[in-house]
Design a protein around this ligand. Structure first.
Ligand SMILES: Nc1nc2c(ncn2[C@@H]2O[C@H](COP(=O)(O)OP(=O)(O)OP(=O)(O)O)[C@@H](O)[C@H]2O)c(=O)[nH]1
Ligand SMILES: [Mg+2]
Length: 340
């Protein structure tokens, strides 16, 4: 029997949540709100530390593990956090699964964020919501001098990599390139980069366009690509090669490619975006990624973009144990991203 479509529902925009887990993750969400992240991205925080949750000034927050951890943080006790998460599982999922995409942020190395992030990713993958984990990696010195912290970071990365799908790792060690600058300014760079990354993903799957990439495209791409990550950059439309270089080199992300890469490349620019620019970006990405086996292209015109082209690339086929530069003692190799 023919059922008339519910157009309002079908045309509804995907909804995004950005969820801070533990201290560093929640601080990052508060910074995103302070920076004026799009109101289409709903902020919330989950922690075992009541004081920290109260200090954030966010409207929505969830305290877990009250009985066992007394609202005072986990002190690195992963088992305690996992028991707390299991106790609050239904309530957390009730609040999160109404969003189509759930971005989860955590600094790795402490008890709460490192345990909650893989746990919630796994639980959300059983629902309709698409989880996108974003982690901050501690400075190398914190890992070299603290084996327990290092073990915790390894645990969380192993769990996340084993799940496949998207994983974004922002490496604090890369910030050391700018260690002479005031700390506040350097961390603000990181927050601005994060904002750009989340808003780019949001806009990529939300806007109707000439060559559209939507949430279903992203899901299919991720399903076929093993472990994937996201790169973003903005640059003047007259220099497409610089745009690609900036996405690859100026990021705070660390990864290595396997032989089997794929790329979902989305460009948005002003009404003067030419086919030549799009073509140059594609060719340059193709070369830089050593001829990926599959490329999907999306483009969109935003009047407010004017002279600037924004590139969002979801790169699939990352090597396993790829996010290990800091852990393996590599120094900072990349520079800070350009920020709006
Ligand atoms: N506070 C903070 N930590 C960061 C940041 N970037 C990376 N980290 C690392 O994040 C890790 C986790 O720290 P927290 O977020 O304070 O820990 P937590 O998840 O609250 O866990 P517990 O307090 O042990 O329950 C540490 O190893 C930090 O080095 C940052 O900007 N702020
Ligand atoms: Mg904490």
């Amino acid at each position: 029997m023919y059922e008339p479509p519910d157009w309002a529902k079908l045309g509804a925009r995907p909804t995004f949540a950005v969820v801070g887990l533990g201290g560093a993750g929640s601080d990052a969400v508060r910074d995103l709100v302070d920076l004026g992240i799009s109101p289409l991205v709903h902020p919330l925080a989950i922690n075992t530390d009541a004081k920290h949750l109260l200090s954030l000034g966010l409207d929505e927050r969830i305290l877990i593990g009250q009985r066992e951890l007394k609202g005072r943080g986990s002190g690195g006790d992963r088992g305690g956090v996992l028991r707390a998460a299991a106790d609050s599982r239904d309530e957390i999922l009730r609040r999160l699964q109404k969003y189509e995409v759930v971005v989860l942020l955590a600094g790795l190395g402490g008890g709460t964020g490192s345990a909650l992030l893989p746990y919630l990713c796994r639980e959300l993958r059983r629902t309709e919501a698409l989880p996108i984990p974003i982690v901050f990696l501690p400075f190398a010195i914190e890992l070299q001098t603290n084996p327990a912290r290092r073990e915790t970071v390894e645990y969380a990365l192993d769990e996340l990599e084993a799940m496949g799908g998207l994983l974004v790792a922002l490496d604090n060690e890369k910030l050391r390139r700018h260690e002479g600058l005031p700390m506040q300014r350097v961390f603000r760079f990181r927050s601005s980069y994060l904002r750009q990354l989340i808003e780019s993903l949001h806009d990529m799957v939300n806007g109707a366009s000439q060559m559209n990439v939507d949430l279903a495209t992203l899901r299919n791409h991720l399903g076929d690509s093993g472990l994937s990550t996201v790169l973003v950059a903005e640059h003047h439309h007259s220099e497409p090669d610089r745009l690609v270089q900036s996405a690859l080199k100026d990021s705070l992300l660390d990864f290595e490619l396997s032989q089997q890469t794929s790329a979902l490349i989305h460009l948005d620019g002003g009404s003067n975006l030419t086919l030549r620019t799009v073509d140059r970006v594609l060719r340059s990405m193709h070369e830089s990624l050593h001829a990926p086996q599959r490329v999907i292209l999306g483009t969109r015109i935003r009047e407010e973009s004017r002279e600037v082209v924004r590139l969002t690339a979801v790169i699939g086929g990352l090597k396993p144990r790829t996010v290990r530069h800091t852990l393996d003692g590599f120094g900072p190799s990349l520079s800070l991203p350009s920020v709006r």
